[in-house]
Design a binder for this molecule. Structure first.
Ligand SMILES: Nc1ncnc2c1ncn2[C@@H]1O[C@H](COP(=O)(O)OP(=O)(O)OP(=O)(O)O)[C@@H](O)[C@H]1O
Ligand SMILES: [Mg+2]
Length: 308
């Protein structure tokens, strides 16, 4: 693989389970060192795609290459070059931190000096120095997750697949985890990551949105925000957003309405025309309208807009 060979490339990649299409003819390429965010609602096909890319699941049709190797013909070569942190990551709770690293290192054939070097690097990177002999089950969520990342990169892979690595972890640990991901990417590691957190998606170089197995958008976060919003986005700050949601959703000219914290985000075709109708409908029911104004879309808005 040279500098220009994509780390990951898929063309019309498809997976059927019986007559159900879990992944539907997706095509994209990921550059070396890129942080590629793979986003989509539950059941969109993210894990299924990752499993095909890691050589764990055969595609039904289409093709893919990872680190320059064919996912169907050369899964062994791929496995040596990738790290994979699965959705329910698999540390051994009854092993210590160090024993987990030893275990994964051994699987990847590390020995002696190399093993010691890599363990040292990972303990330092994950902030686990001094905790080598702690039982993994006794580690708090953030440490556990950094150890799982460490085990996934013990053999210094070129490409890292992370399937919802931060699900259920506190915000501070999530931030620290993303700092590690950014460091790895700066060192040239390609990171293919799924997440449901839109603040994390902002850290990605590019994003792919997948919905019902189909790729519905692909681009840089900023590019997606300016391109994928269908209509104008308004923020409605009012006395009772939950009750207002039902009222505004039915108004002609409002194509989308969703609750965001204590406000509503509405998509309208024409602010001048629809704005007064919204104020009127909400005000009529005795709900105070504090403000109604156009706002720039966030990734969360794009997500809602894309998946409807
Ligand atoms: N082995 C299987 N047999 C049958 N259906 C499956 C199998 N694995 C996954 N599916 C179905 O394929 C679809 C995609 O699943 P997948 O796990 O890839 O989604 P996901 O995007 O990772 O979702 P989540 O965000 O919940 O992890 C789902 O409808 C799922 O039920
Ligand atoms: Mg999944």
């Amino acid at each position: 693989m040279n500098e220009v060979t994509p780390s990951v490339e898929v063309r019309e990649l498809t997976k059927l389970f019986g007559d159900f299409t879990a992944v539907d003819r997706i095509s994209f390429a990921v550059r070396r060192g890129e942080i590629f965010g793979f986003l989509g609602p539950n059941g969109a096909g993210k894990t299924t795609t990752i499993k095909m890319l890691c050589g764990l699941l055969l595609p039904s049709s289409g093709w893919g290459r990872v680190a320059g190797h064919d996912i169907v013909l050369e899964p062994e070569q791929i496995r040596a070059r990738i790290g994979y942190m699965s959705q329910r990551f698999s540390l051994y709770p009854d092993l210590t931190v160090e024993e987990n690293l030893d275990f994964y290192g051994t699987i990847y054939g590390l020995e002696d000096r190399r093993m010691e070097e890599r363990k040292e690097f990972i303990l330092r990177m994950a902030g686990l120095i001094g905790r080598e002999r702690v039982l993994t089950s006794a580690l708090a969520g953030g440490w556990k997750q950094r150890l799982a990342l460490g085990c996934a990169i013990i053999h210094q892979p070129d490409i890292l697949f992370l399937d919802e690595p931060t699900a259920g972890v506190d915000p501070g640990s999530r931030r620290e985890f993303w700092e590690l991901i950014c460091q790895l990417s700066e060192q040239g590691v390609t990171v293919f990551v799924t997440t449901h957190y839109m603040d994390e998606a902002e850290h990605c170089d590019r994003l792919a949105f997948i919905h019902q197995g189909r790729l519905v958008a692909l681009g840089e976060p900023q590019e997606l925000k300016s391109r994928e919003m269908k209509g104008n986005l308004l923020e409605l700050d009012c006395g009772d957003a939950v009750r207002a949601l039902d009222l505004v959703a039915g108004i002609e000219g409002v194509s989308d309405a969703a609750l965001f914290a204590n406000t509503l985000h509405l998509v309208v075709d024409d602010f001048k025309e629809t704005g007064p109708k919204i104020r009127e409908a909400v005000g009529e029911r005795g709900i105070a309208v504090h403000s109604l104004k156009p706002i720039p879309p966030s990734l969360e808005d794009i997500f809602v807009s894309l998946i409807g």
